[in-house]
Design a binder for this molecule. Structure first.
Ligand code: ZN
Length: 344
């Protein structure tokens, strides 16, 4: 079968497209999927580049997001039949630990993510646990479902489950174009919040406005964007700051938060290690709330909102699987607004 393989870490050039990779066999409780669309996440770049302590078993197939049709089912699987259209919840969990039993699969002691801890979705066929599948209505395309999967469950869990977002609150989203941030923007609007977005270019801010942003601010605004937020909110600050940028922005995010504000984070595109001024945290009674991915109940909730058209996947570019290197370079260059999708 066709697949994208990693044999070593490195730049986009290390991604190899092969046509003779063995088709995987579904084990007990698993389903084999004919992947029709996969989507890129920033995580894929990190996995490709590697980090101290990462352990991949080579050849590794990257990718967390996939949608397609059921191709074969393993022993004990009765809920799915070949031909069913499905999308995959990328969080893998043991189903037995205390967290899993409490419905917190994303805190599982054996937590794993497709494409990071195990082989991923950049392939014609993949095997996944049957419980990770969600049926896809005919009117939702494979591309849209794959593009939505990881980012929408991550955004929903962060804003709604962890952040307890309420109607009428003010939300600042730091960064305009990324998949999680475009999902956060839509979820905050759907909740009934006033949304501020900080972005690097007028073009990205215009697109954020089209998605419902109430106030847009250039990252390079004179005097700094956190000061701009402070002034635009009559020196109050915002109730919730979504900061998935990290090193380059976190200090400003603390400044932009109102007293009693919450800072939500699910990642860091600019670096993980940085200093924070502790005085902002205690002086303004701030809460910093982290999370990764989301439990399956959140996945089902947010994907159903997508199926109903209340939320939409923003697709910035499509590439055939064979052009995976170009797709990775485009993601690294940050030139697209929304998700980059691979057609398989
Ligand atoms: Zn578990």
């Amino acid at each position: 079968m066709k697949a994208v393989l990693l044999h070593q870490h490195g730049p986009a050039d290390v991604l190899q497209v092969v046509t003779n990779h063995p088709v995987p066999e579904p084990g007990p409780g698993e389903v084999r999927l004919r992947v029709r669309a996969a989507a890129l996440n920033y995580l894929d770049i990190w996995v490709r580049n590697g980090w101290p302590g990462i352990k991949l078993s080579y050849p590794h197939i990257p990718g967390a997001d996939a949608a397609g049709t059921v191709d074969a089912v393993g022993e004990g699987v009765s809920d799915w039949r070949p031909g069913d259209r499905v999308v995959v919840d990328p969080t893998l969990s043991c189903g037995r630990c205390a967290y899993c039993r409490a419905g917190q699969e994303n805190r599982c002691v054996h937590f794993a993510l497709l494409g990071e801890h195990v082989s991923g979705t950049y392939a014609e066929y993949i095997t996944v646990p049957a419980r990770n599948l969600l049926g896809l209505p005919d009117h939702v395309s494979f591309e849209e479902a794959a593009a939505a999967s990881l980012v929408f469950v991550t955004a929903w869990h962060s804003l709604i489950t962890r952040g307890n977002l309420r109607p009428g609150e003010t939300v600042l989203i730091v960064g305009a174009g990324g998949g999680v941030n475009t999902a956060c923007l839509q979820i905050a609007k759907l909740t009934g919040c006033t949304v501020y977005v900080v972005g690097s270019t007028d073009e990205k801010l215009e697109q954020a406005r089209a998605l419902g942003a109430d106030v847009v601010i250039r990252r390079d605004v004179e005097g700094g964007w956190s000061r701009a937020v402070y002034q635009l909110t009559a020196k109050r600050g915002v109730d919730v700051v979504v900061d998935n940028v990290g090193a380059a922005t976190f200090q400003d995010s603390l400044r932009a938060a109102a007293r009693g504000g919450r800072i939500l984070t699910v990642g860091n595109t600019s670096g993980a290690q940085f200093e924070i001024d502790n005085r902002y945290v205690f002086g303004k009674h701030l809460s910093i709330l982290g999370s990764t991915m989301g439990p399956h109940t959140d996945y089902v909730t947010v994907m159903q909102l997508l199926f109903k058209g209340r939320l939409k996947a923003v697709i910035g570019a499509r590439y055939p699987l064979e052009e995976v290197q170009q797709a990775h370079r485009a993601l690294e260059a940050g030139q697209h607004f929304g998700k980059i999708v691979l057609s398989v």
